[in-house]
Design a binder for this molecule. Structure first.
Ligand code: SAM
Length: 300
């Protein structure tokens, strides 16, 4: 079976089935025979399972009724979009992601299947959100990370979410912990969707949404027990000011896209600044050499 699959010989529109001691594997018309396998000409049993088009596994994100793919090959992207529309009744819009850009980290999206409905409702870890995928940055790939951070928070913590977007870290935390979160973002659409998302959830803690530049806003704030920095391409330039607002023993939840060499350099810089590494993990891959890292650092 492995050999037949590797040779792209298996016809996935029909089922593999057995009769007595024989196993029947559906082959494509042009599949070359293999030694030890006898070919028989029977009508077979149609499969009800619709397989992903080849080369598209794991190549899309779903945010409510919206699916987003980054597949560069337009034909493959359209095949995937068609498959998504036919196999998943919740999907109404499929967009091709042509890149994240600008201060607000918004995506350039072009519609490749379905209707142009970029405003969507999304759920993760028991939290509910509303957002427009064109107007704000959002990635469902951080759902597990957000849950891990939320669970590590103690009641009574005072937290700054410096690049909060629509507030997924803040809402995940305040839903399960009695913490006071200040959530800052410079994108007015993000803060507006954050307010609407806060209203959709029953929170144990509080969230104070702030529209502005974190680097400036932080100067009128006091000390925090934890600061979350999720701006993976340029967060490091804000670390010094963040450190000045972190209480001794406070935690920095820091995210950056790094390769192995730049990761070592970063860790050295954090040690020199007086941070101790609590944990380090890869959140997701980014390019063949780079990954998005999560660093949990404690201020000594
Ligand atoms: N934390 C959110 C999440 O997990 O979905 C959003 C992260 S997104 C990568 C970065 C966010 O930082 C964007 O929403 C962008 O608008 C915001 N941003 C960029 N520069 C900023 C700044 N100087 N001050 C405040 N927000 C900023």
């Amino acid at each position: 079976m492995k050999l037949l699959r590797a040779g792209d010989c298996v016809d996935s529109s029909h089922r593999v089935f057995s009769e007595g001691s024989d196993v029947f594997i559906p082959l494509k018309e042009d599949a070359a025979g293999l030694p030890g396998i006898m070919e028989v000409d029977i009508s077979g049993k149609p499969s009800h399972v619709r397989h992903l088009p080849s080369g598209t596994h794991g190549a899309f994100d779903m945010i409510g009724h919206v699916a987003i793919t980054k597949i560069r090959n337009r034909k493959r992207a359209e095949q995937l979009a068609q498959w998504l529309m036919e196999t998943n009744t919740t999907i109404k819009s499929v967009y091709l992601d042509e890149g994240v850009a600008g201060e607000y980290r918004t995506r350039k999206l072009s519609l490749i299947a379905g209707q142009d409905l970029p405003e969507t409702e999304y759920r993760e870890n028991g939290c509910s959100f509303i957002l427009d995928v064109r107007l704000v940055y959002f990635s469902p790939r951080l759902a597990t990370e957000r849950m891990l951070v939320a669970k590590s928070v103690s009641s009574g913590e005072k937290i700054l979410d410096m690049f909060a977007g629509i507030g997924p870290f803040s809402i995940n935390i305040a839903r399960i912990r009695e913490a006071a979160v200040t959530a800052v973002d410079s994108n007015p659409h993000a803060v507006s969707y954050m307010k609407r998302s806060i209203a959709r959830n029953r929170l144990n803690g509080t969230i104070d949404p702030v529209l502005g530049d974190s680097g400036t806003e932080i100067n009128r704030m006091g000390l925090f027990s934890r600061i979350i920095m999720n701006l993976p391409h340029s967060a490091f330039s804000y670390v010094q000011v963040a450190k000045e607002h972190l209480a001794p023993g406070g935690i920095l939840n820091y995210y950056e896209i790094l390769d192995q060499d730049t990761l070592e350099l970063r860790m050295e810089s954090f040690r020199d600044m007086g941070f101790k590494l609590v944990s380090k993990r890869v959140v997701h891959g980014y390019s063949p050499r780079e990954s998005m890292y999560s660093l949990w650092l404690e201020l000594q």
